[in-house]
Write a protein that binds this ligand. Structure first.
Ligand SMILES: O=c1ccn([C@@H]2O[C@H](COP(=O)(O)O)[C@@H](O)[C@H]2O)c(=O)[nH]1
Length: 282
């Protein structure tokens, strides 16, 4: 019989307890590549990403490669991403592929295979998903993540101001609230087992009082909350505490550009992560 997996929720919970509640984004923007003296090509992407991983992998609870910035280089960019994901796995650093996938169920199964199957070239520890086709359309990914000990982060309240025009709709029964409720139901077994569930949500660090105004029970989610928006988008550690209240302990803050601009010097990157961690943990 195959060994049972330790769930993503449990692994992330342990990493956050050991290293602090910070995820470092690996976003190789063309401007950053140039500032680091790298070419805007697959070699540059790989060098950039491995530099980040080697410098700060041990400080972060997870790293989050932004898939779009690899995809813009086609197959060579994706080959670079495969190497980065493999290097992180080898170094024991959890990876969240920020791919924001979502599709009708039959095709969703293929996206799930791509990011969450054992042995898949692009397998990460978790992937971000978009529930715009309906939360249940994500079921193939939710099921495969559970089978393989991986996780997902479903967009609920995104960090961009335009997100409100969809996510806040519905008053008492807002779109965001439905997503939170559905994810909490999927984490019920983990709650009963006393661990953090593997179905996480994305709620931006920039959303202010929206979680309270919309009545989101994020503490009841019993899963991790990935909170992008720190630094470059203007959010602070104090914003996280204000927005998430009793769910603050589940929050994994994430920052990309604000940390990455300190590279390529490894000491500079480490200092930027330490400063961000201090701001988040308070
Ligand atoms: O609501 C969301 C969901 C994802 N993101 C992603 O996080 C990083 C943020 O980068 P910064 O440089 O720290 O602003 C980026 O990859 C986004 O696609 C988000 O910002 N908001």
């Amino acid at each position: 019989m195959p060994e049972p997996h330790t769930s993503f929720g449990a692994r992330l919970q342990a990493a956050m307890a050991a290293r602090g509640p910070l995820c470092v984004g690996i976003d190789p923007h063309p401007g950053l590549l140039q500032a680091w003296g790298l070419e805007d090509d697959a070699v540059g992407l790989e060098r950039f990403s491995l530099t980040v991983l080697e410098a700060v992998g041990e400080q972060a609870a997870a790293v989050k490669p932004q898939v779009a910035l690899f995809e813009r280089h086609g197959s060579r960019g994706l080959a670079a991403l495969e190497k980065v994901l493999a290097a992180a796995a080898g170094a024991g650093v959890l990876t969240i592929a920020d791919a924001k996938r979502g599709d009708i169920g039959s095709t969703m199964a293929a996206y799930a295979q791509a990011w969450l199957a054992d042995g898949a070239p692009l397998a990460a520890d978790a992937v971000t998903l978009s529930p715009f086709l309906g939360y249940e359309s994500l079921r193939p990914a939710l099921d495969l993540a559970e089978q393989t000990g991986r996780g997902v982060f479903v967009l609920a309240l995104t960090s961009n101001p335009e997100g409100a025009s969809v996510q806040h709709v519905g008053g008492e029964d807002s779109v965001a609230r439905r997503i939170v409720r559905a994810a909490a139901a999927d984490n019920a077994a983990a709650r009963d087992a006393g661990t953090l569930g593997s179905v996480g949500l994305v709620v931006g660090a920039t959303v202010g009082d929206a979680p309270a105004r919309l009545g989101l029970d994020l503490a009841g989610l019993n899963g991790p909350v990935l909170a992008p928006g720190l630094g470059a988008q203007g959010a602070t550690g104090a914003d996280l505490r204000r927005s998430f209240g009793p769910a603050f302990g589940q929050v994994l803050g994430t920052s990309s550009r604000d940390i990455l601009k300190a590279g390529p010097d490894a000491a500079g990157l480490r200092e930027a992560v330490a400063r961000t961690l201090e701001m988040v943990a308070g």
